[in-house]
Design a protein around this ligand. Sequence first.
Ligand SMILES: [Zn+2]
Length: 472
Amino acid sequence: MIIRNAACALPGQTELLRRDIKITDGRIVSIASGIDAAAGEEIIEAEGLEAWPGAIDPHVHFDEPGFTHREDFLHGSMAAARGGVTTVIDMPCTSLPPVTSAANLKTKLAAMGTHSVVDFGLFGGVSGHTLDQSVESGMAELAPDVLGFKCYLISGMETFTAVDFFGLSRAAAAAAGLGRPLLLHAEDPSYIKSATEWYKKLPEKLGRSESWSDYVESRPAGSELTAVAGAAAYAGQVGARRWLHIVHVGTAEAAELLAFLCRSDQAGAAATCETCPQYLIFSSDDFYAKGAALKTAPPVKPSGNAEQLWRLLADGTIAFVASDHAPAPVAEKNTGSLWKDYGGIPGSGTLFPLVYSEGWRKGRLDLPAFLRVTSGAAARRYGLAGCKGELEPGKHADIVLVNPDIEHVVRGEELLSKGTITPFEGMKLAGKVVRTLVRGKTVWDAANAVDRAEDGILAAAGWGKQLRWGDK
Ligand SMILES: [Zn+2]
């Protein structure tokens, strides 16, 4: 197959270059001008389109098995494909059983292993429950099949509880020994637990109704700062800081603090962090207007923070973006109590379009930065750089074709996720993903989705394959 005359986003370049991409057996074999087609070879005419490396969404909750009323691998991966994501990495905590042992992983794979239309990796988990047993041996048996381990300093899940700093240091030491990143949800539980109790009672004390500001005040920027500082300190104590990765940083200062604490580490040996489009785009004022549709933990921060996050993304202080895709049905999003409303939003389908429109097209990210944050850096961080993350001969032909001249509007009903409530509803974005290829196969074609979005999915469930660390 040859993709003809696309404006290609190639590694090491500062602008898009018009090239042909030749694909054989699911891999890119050459990128050049005027590649001759063999007799009968399929040609995709891409005049006027851009070719980008398939985006990697390294933080999704596809909830299968156990919580598939919220999301499952088929719907989550269809949403991802529609939005230009060709690889997702799924969290261990929002499925039942959680991925904390090899036996649990086997159960999960039996339930979801053939449901994805895009390639996927899995994270293992370290929950407070598993700390009583030998967390080290549980992590060791999972390591060959997972791309990292996830833990929480504060968790709202009974099935996957938080660890304290001692548990974190044990998990970090074990992760370092196994050569896998340890991902951390970093908010300070001591502050948040007390503050939550206080702010829950406040409306009654003051004779007013609940306000989203109560939730925001219960999880302030300071709780991210103290958690990041403690994590960097205790991971450093066991020589494991380079394996520490802070997920969904919402506060720009927290990313800066992490970089500051790692300032004496050698290049490539520092802790990393990610942020999400919701933090790049919204402020707490938007949250007060949108309510549960934008409820996440941590919550979005006051105005000014988002623009600072873009700058930190552009200069590499923040390694990459992720969606933290975690939808829920309407009944769980709008319960009547803001404390009970499900915290989490669908995001895999809007990740690439939002960063493309608001980052690349608005000039906040140059080409190298855009490629790093949407695919390259996550591939390197999670052991996938041998096959994913760049348009380069030898790598998988994971390619997104974008029409830069079309503007499109985000509609939750069209996202293909099980969750339809999105805080990005109605946003007008520059450019549109018109076709997504995973290992050379078109999994999404917008031309087929004229009447119904699902008609644009051209791959059967199961096309997506599990990825392991070091895959080539
Ligand atoms: Zn998450």
